[in-house]
Each structure stands twice: as structure tokens, then as C-alpha cells.
Write a protein that binds this ligand. Structure first.
Ligand code: HMG
Ligand code: MG
Length: 303
């Protein structure tokens, strides 16, 4: 299969990026104004899709407690989707009331991770999504679906490609228009990534699949190259490589948006995004987080 000519980049930093910033005291909360300025700067880079917040329990992820203020405060630009992550009907209702242009539901290919992350089994998570998808459809709002731990689980270890394919297929058949495949802890390698994608793409067209790779072991760019070769045309990334999942301890952020853009530029793959603007945004948010004494990732990377 040939490389795609165009890739859609889905920017994760306001959600997957900031959700993992430590939040031990109220002073640790990244101010809503900084989140909004990050989204504004990202909006100017040429991105067409920004995951802006998550409507999850503030007891579980305190850093996202201001999701409604963030979603309502965005200076919306034509042509940009501002989406929100929602684990259940309550989250979906709040996201839609706050004018999210799209919502996303999330499950995993591993039972153990699903329990730790959303306090239910995979099957229960899927049944929670039925009313979420119905509500979204009633409002003409598209629903994205995530499958986490597609290349390894922090609790269970190995995850089989068939287990990933099963959950991805269920989400797709339930009405998710796009399925994002999450290497939550970044343990994937190019060979495993290809094998997993082969299994998933038996049931779901390649143009409905996204690669969501975390970069814990520095493999994300190599893994992306491997799945681009297979025809993946949608990539999730986070400026400055910010982020991680609070329920996958030690896992680092998504692959950095700047690094992905540089890779794609070298492969002559069009994105419509300005690399220089993205780099400047990476420096800006890293500086803001450093000032707040945040982001070990930003400090470690010197970004
Ligand atoms: P639970 O404790 O089982 O839920 O949590 P519950 O239904 O028993 O409710 C407990 C309390 O939470 C109640 O409040 C509810 O009202 C409230 P109380 O009566 O105690 O005051 N509540 C909510 N509040 C706000 N918004 C909501 C909501 N739902 C319930 N939507 C729950 C279950 C799913 C809520 C919880 O486990 C949760 O919020 N988990 C989210 C964890 C999370 O955000 N993880 C990170 C995102 S996933 C990720 O990063 C992976 C991804 O990037 C892909 C990849 O990398 O692999 C997507
Ligand atoms: Mg993630």
C-alpha cells in the first residue's frame, strides 16, 4: 500500500496533554485562560480538529473540571471541529450543552485498564455508549470512538490484535464514524503496530481509522511510519508531546505534533498545517507550564 497524499492531524494537547498535568493542589490547576489561549494558538496553525476538553468526573481527573468553561469560551473558527471526550451520558449531555462540535467515547482492548480508567468492564462501557450515541445522533453530532491499550496494557501486559479488532468493530457498528487506536503506554513497535492494524482493518475501512500513539519508549514516529505505509491517513498528536493518561502511570505524552508534521513534510504528505506556528505554540505552552512549575515532559524535552 502507498503512503496517503494527505493526513488529518487531530490535536490532543488541550485534553490528552493537559489531563495528565499534576493536580495535587488548587494551584496546580492549569488556568482556564491558558487552556483557551492554547486552543486559540492551535486554531491559527491550520488544524481542522482539536480535542478541547473532557467531560469526565472531576474527582477522577481534576485538571478537566473546567471543561464547560473551556468549551464555551473557545473563539470558534469556521472549518475547525472542537471535540470533547465523554465517558457516559452525563458527560455527553454537558458536552453538548457546552456546544461541543463532536464528542468521543472511549473504551479499551484490555479489561484491567478499562476497570482502572472508567470503573467498569469493556461490555459495560459499550452499553453506556448506546444512549450517548443516540443523544449525539439526535443532535446531529458525530461520535468518535477510542480503543485504548491496542499495543499493550499497563496491568495485563500483552493485548492480542483480535481483542483490539473486536472492540473497534463494536464501536464502529454502534455508530462511531472514526475509530482511534490508542497505544496508551507507548509499548508498540512497527511490526506489532502493523499486525494490529491488519486485524482491525479486516472489519473497518482504513480511512475510518486513526493512529493515537504515545511516545513512552521513543517508538511513536517509527510506528507511525509503519502504519502510514499501510494507508493510515488520520493521526492524533499533542503539541510538545504533552500528556499521558492518569490511569497508566509512567506513560508519557502523545507523539509531538511538531515531530509528526516534520515526518509528514519529509514524506511530501499534505496536512494544511504550518509547522513553524506549531513549534511556536509548543514553546509557548511549555513556557506557561514551566512557569507554573508543571510538565515534567516539557522540562525533560527542553521544549
Ligand atoms: P464512577 O465513580 O464509577 O461513576 O466513575 P459514578 O457514575 O458512580 O459517579 C461518581 C460521581 O462522579 C458522581 O458524583 C457522579 O455525578 C460523577 P457524586 O455523586 O459522587 O458527587 N460523574 C460525573 N461528573 C462529571 N462528569 C461526568 C460524570 N460521570 C459521573 N461525566 C467515570 C465513572 C467514568 C465517571 C470515571 O471513572 C471517570 O470520569 N473516568 C475518566 C478517566 C479519564 O478521564 N481518563 C483519561 C481519559 S482516557 C485516555 O486518556 C486514553 C485516550 O487518550 C486513548 C489512549 O491514549 O489510549 C482516550
Ligand atoms: Mg491518549
Amino acid at each position: 500500500m502507498a503512503f496517503p497524499t494527505h493526513v488529518k492531524l487531530v490535536e490532543m494537547s488541550p485534553r490528552d496533554g493537559l489531563q495528565n498535568e499534576s493536580c495535587e493542589t488548587v494551584n496546580d490547576v492549569v488556568p482556564t485562560a491558558i487552556k483557551l489561549e492554547l486552543i486559540e494558538r492551535l486554531s491559527r496553525t491550520g488544524l481542522s480538529h482539536i480535542e478541547a476538553a473532557s467531560f469526565v468526573s472531576p474527582k477522577w481527573v481534576p485538571q478537566m473540571a473546567d471543561a464547560s468553561e473551556v468549551m464555551q469560551g473557545i473563539q470558534r473558527r469556521d472549518g475547525i471541529i472542537y471535540s470533547a471526550l465523554t465517558p457516559n451520558l452525563k458527560g455527553a449531555e454537558n458536552a453538548i450543552a457546552s456546544n461541543a462540535s463532536e464528542i468521543a467515547v472511549f473504551s479499551a482492548a484490555s479489561e484491567a485498564f478499562t476497570q482502572k480508567n472508567i470503573n467498569c468492564s469493556i461490555e459495560e462501557s459499550l452499553s453506556r455508549f448506546v444512549p450517548v450515541i443516540e443523544l449525539a445522533q439526535a443532535h446531529n453530532i458525530p461520535v468518535r470512538g477510542y480503543v485504548s491499550t491496542v499495543l499493550g496494557c499497563p496491568y495485563q501486559g500483552h493485548v492480542s490484535p483480535n481483542a483490539v479488532a473486536r472492540v473497534a468493530k463494536q464501536l464502529y457498528e454502534m455508530g462511531c464514524y472514526e475509530i482511534s487506536l490508542g497505544d496508551t503506554i507507548g509499548t508498540g513497535t512497527p511490526t506489532n503496530a502493523k499486525r494490529m492494524l491488519e486485524a482491525v482493518s479486516q472489519d473497518i475501512p482504513m480511512n475510518k481509522l486513526a493512529a493515537h500513539f504515545h511516545d513512552t519508549y521513543g517508538q511513536a514516529i517509527a510506528n507511525l511510519y509503519a502504519v502510514l505505509e499501510e494507508g493510515i491517513g488520520i493521526i492524533d498528536a499533542s503539541v510538545a508531546g504533552l500528556g499521558g493518561c492518569p490511569y497508566a502511570k509512567g506513560a508519557s505524552g502523545n507523539v509531538a505534533s511538531e515531530d509528526v508534521l516534520y515526518l509528514l513534510q519529509g514524506l511530501n504528505i499534505e496536512t494544511g498545517i504550518n509547522l513553524e506556528e506549531m513549534i511556536a505554540t509548543g514553546y509557548w505552552i511549555s513556557d506557561q507550564l514551566k512557569r507554573q512549575n508543571h510538565s515534567k515532559v516539557a522540562l525533560a524535552k527542553g521544549r
